[in-house]
Design a protein around this ligand. Structure first.
Ligand SMILES: [Zn+2]
Length: 262
């Protein structure tokens, strides 16, 4: 049940039987030359379509397409509203849902950089007597099946986008390496995201991602997560498992007593 497609009396009727709402949150950012900028929103949106088909009684709010992605600024088309911008946007929306009677908020998150803002919104809601649960789909998928574990724009996300729409993946770029560059020194080579590798361990030295790679997909040290390992079948299997997980979680979460009301 999608919020933008129902009327306010239907929301009133929904609140008579449930206080749970699901909100997908994504970002607009480079995911490598082979992937669309909207990857982190397209995947949660696709999951919402699957969830809606399997669990039509769950209310789903429209997605937030913009997220906090400061590290990836500089790749044309990457647009960040920052951690504080996303925190304000999220709490503004969630507080209004709270005022109408919603008490259980499920964030279906597509992007790691959004986590700080989501955590802050969740803590704020907790102190109002509500719960926010954040489902980071790519981390959950990697925990459900170690073969699905992946980095940024690597095999895991590429497989998911193949399941969304194979025409969104530019196959001519799928074999490109990470192309790490701009080492801090000979002893401190660029490793992943904003980190360098030293004696086998990674150390964060914040630098824009566009200064360390001209491609943009990053395995985060998981060498086995090359985009070229992705298949549409892998993506579909992963999306089906995630859909089941989200539906099961939403049911358990809806039954949980609210904070302060055990
Ligand atoms: Zn992503």
């Amino acid at each position: 049940m999608f919020l933008e497609r129902i009327s306010y009396p239907e929301v009133q009727a929904y609140l008579q039987k449930s206080q749970t709402v699901l909100l997908p949150v994504g970002s607009l950012e480079n995911h490598g030359k082979h992937m669309p900028l909207g990857t982190d929103t397209l995947i949660p949106e696709h999951l919402c379509d699957l969830v809606d088909a399997a669990f039509p009684d769950l209310l789903i709010a429209p997605p937030l397409h913009y997220g906090a992605t400061e590290d990836l600024r500089g790749f044309p088309g990457t647009l960040s509203i920052g951690v504080e911008g996303l925190r304000i946007l999220l709490t503004t929306i969630l507080d209004q849902l709270f005022d109408y009677g919603f008490r259980r908020f499920i964030i279906l998150n597509g992007h790691g950089g959004n986590s700080k803002s989501i955590d802050q919104a969740g803590m704020h809601l907790y102190h109002r007597g509500a719960y926010l649960a954040c489902l980071n789909w790519w981390l959950i998928a990697g925990q459900l099946n170690a073969e699905w574990k992946g980095g940024h724009g690597g095999g895991e996300e590429t497989a998911a986008i193949l399941a969304v729409d194979p025409s969104l993946v530019h196959q001519e770029f799928i074999h490109l390496p990470e192309n790490m560059r701009n080492d801090v020194s000979d002893e401190l080579p660029s490793y992943s995201w904003t980190s360098v590798l030293f004696q086998g361990a990674s150390v964060t030295i914040p630098r824009p991602v566009c200064s360390i790679t001209d491609n943009g997909w990053l395995a985060h040290g998981m060498g086995s997560d090359a985009p070229s390992r992705a298949t549409e079948a892998m993506g579909q299997e992963m999306m089906t498992a995630m859909c089941r997980y989200i539906c099961d979680f939403a049911k358990a979460f809806s039954r949980a007593p609210l904070p302060g009301n055990p």
